[in-house]
Design a protein around this ligand. Structure first.
Ligand SMILES: CC(C)(COP(=O)(O)OP(=O)(O)OC[C@H]1O[C@@H](n2cnc3c(N)ncnc32)[C@H](O)[C@@H]1OP(=O)(O)O)[C@@H](O)C(=O)NCCC(=O)NCCS
Length: 183
């Protein structure tokens, strides 16, 4: 699986990605609003699971490395997961190496992954969740044209306290309309 965007390449993870993936995953800034930095073993397990999922039939998880060609090093990730089969709802998630923040990479990668999902996976809704204080992530959702669907109260336990999270989503028809993709 590979998607080419104007500046990025989104591709399946491979075993050799471990050092770069670990470098990104172990940084404190990556976990301000997410669970504590994972151990080396947990990171390795996450990578191995992502690689195993590539063979699932049907494939219901696409965890893709974001790279910036011509460099093939992991600089972020995009994840698409089937969340609710009956209504064809998928969840999108993102993370970008702190050295690359603010360059629009999360938005660009998510846009192409979501566009591909609407076209190729017959997706009806794409949903995203984030910690209510994660302004950068909320901004990415807004830039993608996703609509706020609510604030879930105290659904996350982080740093010894309950935290709220936002839910944003976009429908296939909204995606086509927002992006001028109507037939
Ligand atoms: C969320 C994350 C993926 C965004 O990646 P990114 O490549 O920097 O995102 P983009 O550049 O596409 O967009 C970020 C937007 O947030 C804005 N932003 C970032 N921090 C901000 C802040 N503290 N206040 C206001 N806006 C902020 C940026 O200015 C940009 O908006 P703009 O284009 O209108 O200027 C990145 O911060 C990250 O990996 N965070 C850690 C992991 C994480 O929280 N993942 C999301 C889990 S839900």
């Amino acid at each position: 699986m590979e998607l080419i965007t104007p500046r990025l390449k989104l591709r399946d993870f491979i075993k050799a990605d471990y050092p770069a993936f670990r470098d990104m995953n172990s940084r404190e800034e990556m976990h301000t609003f997410e669970k504590v930095p994972p151990s080396e073993n947990e990171t390795r397990e996450t990578l191995e699971t992502a690689i195993r999922n590539q063979d699932d039939i049907p494939r219901t998880t696409f965890k893709l490395a974001i790279t910036v060609p011509p460099d093939n090093t992991v600089r972020g990730l995009i994840k698409l997961t089937r969340e609710w089969e009956a209504i064809r709802q998928w969840e999108v998630g993102w993370a970008v190496h702190p050295q690359e923040w603010g360059r629009g990479y999360a938005t660009e990668a998510a846009w192409f992954a979501m566009d591909w999902a609407f076209r190729e996976l017959m997706v009806h809704r794409i949903i995203a969740y984030c910690h209510a204080d994660n302004i950068a992530s909320v901004r990415v959702m807004q830039k993608l044209g996703m609509q706020p669907e609510g604030r879930l109260r105290e659904t996350r336990w982080l740093n010894k306290q309950w935290c709220d999270e936002y839910v944003y989503a976009i429908l296939e028809k909204e995606w086509k309309l927002t992006n001028n993709l109507l037939d």
